[in-house]
Write a protein that binds this ligand. Structure first.
Ligand code: MSP
Length: 507
């Protein structure tokens, strides 16, 4: 049990692990920031959060990138790049509790153990692969996915490959997968993605080659070291190996399964078909939920390292602040849909929603508390923010982040109107009791708003709670208690607050 009797339970969140053939772009930042919002939200609820991200290093893409950069020591290259990814997440304020690299010993051990289990089960067999391969996707392509000799996703030529490989009996699990996904509406969200994956499993899914004969960089197949394990088969296992699979059984039992995975629609077949089948084969429980998001485009074109049209999240965050980037990404695009990143839109939202919205409301109410009440919290009056909390929780439980933010902004708009209507500056001259009641409602509502935005904009939330003089108390107070009306007590001392979102200089 956590403070105030809230249930405390483990909550394991994972993002995809990223290729290190370049530095992070806005699309990667979006995934990781979304996961961080969820992590902070679950922590705020009192859960013990395990939050994993990492780097996918055993990929031919990384080898190619190292060579392009004139680096012959691939390990040195991935070391340097993985460190750059870790620094980026630190700089963006990401609160991951672990960072897995697929060149780490704990991962390699777990992969070997897993392969042995699946091998013993009879789910791996030797065969010949013949077909198209896209180095951009690190995946074989079916005839329909290849147009004019090019991969539709990457617009680069595919290669014809024919080699001895080991195969995983993916098609053996077709019915199990259809049942798993068919019976579990929450497994893949949003629902449109679920239908897409069901169609794929039913109509297209075939056994998959899980080794490469010609590649040298990667984890050798223990049962035939002339083969290297296919990067996707190895990478998916990071979710297990990071929490002790193959190295710390006790930790694994305590932590597995992933409670929420957040990642892009481009890799859903791997996560919602291949990986679940691998888990069934190994007799392990499934991940609980996958929240699948769309892609950010630049001028309508998918942003990707291969296409070269990337936006750097760190420079945007340095210019506008981490909170602003977080807010923009999660508010602008309905989670699950594609969106376009544009600095113009970011600036519009900054001015409209943050400077004139949240920032102005807080400054207004705290300013009046200072002016009319010398910053002393007046006698509580009744009220409630529970409707907002309920809707916000419903939305966040489905990771509908834009709607959760809209819930908060509805409250902000309501309060703005309330203040305009009540006109405290007039009440100050004619009705002290009513003035105190109006300002109490304003102050207590701001406490709720700060708590509600905390997972999204931790810096702003903490500044507000500090100004209210309750930051430390709110950190300790239980989640359920904090949702109740009346956290601000009579006589508490409020401080003035610096402008949260200063006016932007013209671009
Ligand atoms: N290494 C694999 C994942 C292995 S997980 C076992 C991979 N890496 S990646 O670096 O190419 O992309 C990982 C994720 O980054 C995508 O699934 C997606 O979440 C995010 N994005 C990459 N480009 C994106 C956009 N343009 N827009 C939004 N997110 C995108 O695939």
């Amino acid at each position: 049990m956590g403070p105030d009797g809230d249930d405390m339970s483990k909550f394991y969140i994972a993002t995809p692990i990223y290729y290190v053939n370049d530095k992070p772009h806005m699309g990667h930042a979006y995934t990781t920031i979304a996961a961080d919002v969820l992590a902070r939200y679950r922590r705020m609820r009192g859960d013990e959060v395990v939050f994993l991200t990492g780097t996918d290093e055993n990929s031919q893409k990384n080898v190619d990138a190292a060579k392009r950069g004139g680096e012959t020591d691939i390990q040195k290259y991935v070391d340097r790049m993985s460190a750059l990814w870790q620094r980026t997440w630190d700089e963006l304020g990401i609160t991951n509790t672990d960072f897995i690299r697929t060149t780490e010993e704990r991962h390699i051990r777990g992969v070997k153990q897993f392969l042995q289990v699946v091998w013993d089960k009879g789910d791996i067999y030797e065969g010949t692969y013949e077909g198209w391969y896209c180095a951009g996707c690190e995946a074989f392509k079916t005839e329909t996915e290849v147009q004019d000799g090019k991969c539709g996703e990457h617009q680069r030529p595919v290669e014809r490959i024919s080699e001895k490989n080991y195969f995983f009996r993916l098609s053996k699990y077709r019915d199990d997968l259809l049942a798993l996904i068919g019976e579990n509406a929450e497994f893949i969200q949003p629902a449109s993605r679920r239908n897409e994956i069901l169609n794929y499993i039913r109509d297209e899914m075939e056994d998959i080659s899980i080794t490469r004969e010609t590649m040298r960089w990667g984890i050798p197949l223990p049962q035939d070291p002339s083969q290297v394990i296919y990067v996707w088969f190895d990478a998916l296992l990071n979710y297990l190996t990071a929490v002790g699979y193959g190295s710390d059984e006790g930790m694994f039992q305590r932590t597995w399964p992933v409670d929420a995975w957040i990642g892009g629609k481009d890799i859903i077949k791997f996560h919602a078909a291949l990986f679940p089948a691998m888990l069934i084969s190994a007799g392990l429980p499934q991940m609980r939920r996958m929240f699948v998001h769309g892609h950010f485009t630049i001028d309508g074109v998918k942003m990707s390292k291969s296409l070269g049209n990337v936006v750097d999240p760190v420079s945007i965050a340095r210019e506008y602040g981490n909170d602003v980037l977080r807010y923009f990404l999660l508010r602008e695009v309905p989670f699950g849909e594609d969106g376009d990143f544009s600095t113009t839109r970011l600036r519009e939202r900054y001015t409209g929603d943050l400077a004139n919205g949240l920032g102005n409301l807080v400054a207004r109410i705290l300013g009046m508390a200072e002016k009319y009440l010398s910053g002393r919290v007046p006698k509580p009056v009744s009220g409630s923010a529970m409707d907002t909390w309920i809707s916000y929780e419903d939305n966040l439980n489905q990771f509908s982040s834009h709607e959760a933010l809209r819930d908060i902004w509805d409250l902000i708009t309501f309060l703005d109107k309330f203040i305009d209507r009540e006109q405290p500056w007039v009440l100050a001259k004619i009705d002290q009791d009513r003035l105190a009641a109006v300002l109490y409602t304003g102050i207590e509502s701001i406490r709720h708003i700060a708590r509600l935005v905390w997972p999204f904009m931790p810096e702003a939330a903490e500044k507000i709670l500090s100004a209210l003089g309750i930051l430390e108390a709110e950190r300790k107070s239980g989640y359920n208690a904090s949702k109740e009306w009346g956290g601000m007590r009579e006589g508490m001392q409020i401080r003035k607050i610096d402008i949260l979102f200063p006016k932007l200089a013209p671009n």
